[in-house]
Design a protein around this ligand. Structure first.
Ligand code: 13P
Length: 337
């Protein structure tokens, strides 16, 4: 097991297995302050620290959330934040049986020399930041880079995405954090499902080539792929069964069974689509735990229901718990609507 000489090897494997436990998935609540501001604006709230704190308190204190949610990805602000009642959010998560995680990438910037594509920053200082996040209670990390189908993707953009993810994964493991490896293949575009499949095969081949080159311990990572679907503007829609067939074919061709968990992003799918697609993928046993790491597909109705009003907190938490439970059932292949 120890191809990687990190003192954390055993702990990494254990953390990854805990997150990839039956009937559970990840709540992505790591919106940067800018993105959180957009979500708050959609319900007419100002982007203040107090409003972000109120919303995040609502999410993490939903009663019994840990039955369906094994990990929560936080933005740096939240890792050091307290609830409105003054309890550390990290402590509340641990009490709920939820492993705290941290977004460690520093976001996307234009990739010079490419076809208007981007790359993900954040490697400078990553080792010391990761060590500090571990001290603060984080046990896993997320790094999201993106690949655009309409803009190429160019060979340069794919290589940069894969290399950056592999360096991040090695540095995270050295500091005790299980890296979530997320090359998001954006939904945007008019292309069909075959084209997404072709691009995804290319991207994952490179990601695993560089993960291996960087001596990353595969048993101590989690993946966060996009599902293989037609482009968002494609005239042809795919059924959950088609999405499941293409996505599982991709995973079987490209992902070693040593990887414990595949935690999909929702990427702009509706709440129901994301649940139905996940359920379709779990109709037969898979070599890995196939689950979710959704932000929008867990939070959309919850946020709208809350609307910033204290009297709506309970109804909003119920909306979150309904999505969490539905996706928990979908992880088990037992969602019936
Ligand atoms: P969505 O599920 O809203 O795509 O967000 C997941 C995520 O964390 C993207 O990085």
């Amino acid at each position: 097991l120890t191809i990687r000489a990190t003192s954390y090897a055993e702990e990494l494997v254990k953390t990854a297995k805990t997150i990839a436990s039956p009937g559970r998935g990840i709540l992505a609540m790591d919106e940067s302050n800018a993105t959180c501001g957009k979500r708050l604006a959609s319900i007419g709230l100002e982007n203040t620290e107090a409003n972000r704190q109120a919303y995040r308190t609502l999410l993490v204190s939903a009663p019994g959330l840990g039955q369906y949610i094994s990990g929560a990805i936080l933005f740096e602000e939240t890792l050091y934040q307290s609830t409105v009642d003054g309890k550390k959010i990290v402590d509340l998560l641990v009490e709920q049986g939820i492993v705290p995680g941290i977004k460690t990438d520093k976001g996307l910037v234009p990739l010079a020399g490419s076809n208007n594509e981007s790359w993900c920053q954040g490697l400078d200082g990553l080792a010391s930041r990761s060590a500090a996040y571990y001290q603060q209670g984080a046990r896993f990390a997320k790094w999201r880079t993106v690949v655009s189908i309409p803009n190429g993707p160019s060979a340069l953009a794919v290589k940069e995405a894969a290399w950056g993810l592999a360096r991040y994964a090695a540095i995270s493991q050295d500091n005790g954090l299980v890296p979530i490896v997320e090359p998001e293949i954006l939904l945007d575009g008019e292309h069909g499902i075959e084209r997404t499949f072709e691009v995804a095969q290319k991207v994952w081949a490179e990601v695993f080539f560089y993960l291996a080159q960087n001596n990353v311990l595969f048993e101590g990572i989690l993946l966060k792929p996009s599902m293989v679907t037609p482009g968002a503007e494609s005239k042809v829609k795919a059924t959950p069964e088609e999405v499941a067939d293409y996505t599982l074919k991709l995973l079987k061709r490209r992902i070693p069974s040593a990887v414990p968990g595949i935690m999909f992003l929702s990427g702009g799918q509706s709440e129901l689509e994301a649940t139905l697609n996940l359920n379709a993928m779990n109709q037969a046993p898979n070599p890995w735990h196939v689950s979710f790491s959704y932000a929008r597909a867990l939070q959309n109705t919850c946020l709208k229901t809350w609307g910033g009003l204290p009297e709506n907190v309970k109804a909003a938490q119920d909306a979150l718990l309904l999505r969490a439970k539905s996706n928990s059932l979908a992880q088990l292949g037992k969602y019936t609507g």
